[in-house]
Design a protein around this ligand. Sequence first.
Ligand code: ATP
Length: 303
Amino acid sequence: MRAQRASKPLTVRAAAKINLHLGVGRVREDGFHPLDTVYQAISLHDDLTLSETPEGDSLTVLGSPYVDLRDVPTDASNIALKALAEVSCGVGHDVAISKQIPVAGGMAGGSADAAAALLAHDRLHDLRQPDEVLLSQAARLGSDVPFSLVGGTARGRGRGEVVEPVEDHGGWWWVVVPAAVGLSTPDVYRHFDRLHPDAPETPASAEPLLAALATAEPVRLARVLHNDLQEPAIDLRPELGTLIERGEAEGALRGMVSGSGPTCVFLCDSHEGSMAVFAGLSATYDVVLPALGPVAGAHVVVS
Ligand code: ATP
């Protein structure tokens, strides 16, 4: 018989991110790329349920039908278990992840799970650590993890790990098209290096994007969306270029690759506009998801 659980399970929700601006500089000696990026959390999320157990750590992962779970490890290499290993002192945990965020999709699904694990651990054990402590734990796990805690719309610099919320007066309508097969983020960066060996040391500035966000006008935002990883991602997956053209022909103000791809996102002018793009793309693409941004960072939904 299974031993009785020591505490009531708690569920934390963490959102997918898109990059409204992703300026990438020349690779540094330590292998990292300097970034100037603006993240937005959108209404596509993973839920992570955590409970304490007297047995060792265990993990189960379920997902929406379009989420390819074959690449999600269920052993200690899962980033949610890595996060718990960093912070828990000897206590065993059961982790159950329910994924909506495409795997290896350029939407930071693993980072969302890591952020959810850190927050769930903090709340399950009633530690109530200050934000700075959680943010520094998050930065040790990966450069997108701090943003997954913060959510909303935020600028990331350095390797992306220095995150600062920015003024965003908009409520933005997106249509998201995940790909059936993911892309490896390191592969896309390597391809960027091949295509741009002379990339400037200082990445393209996010300032024009920040000015557009403050206006809350989708047409203004559409003009300044910027992703330096779009070219290498499309070079590796030419069908992404076709998808972007198609979404724009269906009425999107602008289509772009999300982060390192291969998920593509389409900015629309209104709810009605996003429904038209959704319907148009659904005629050809199996998985098309309407989404809103910005949404909150990792937060408890059931306790
Ligand atoms: P990013 O945009 O932050 O570069 P991504 O969204 O492209 O990341 P993820 O979904 O985070 O990619 O997954 C990248 C790899 O991380 C997966 O291929 C998988 O092997 C591994 N991984 C480890 N833990 C997880 C997790 N909890 N969820 C998804 N992938 C995980």
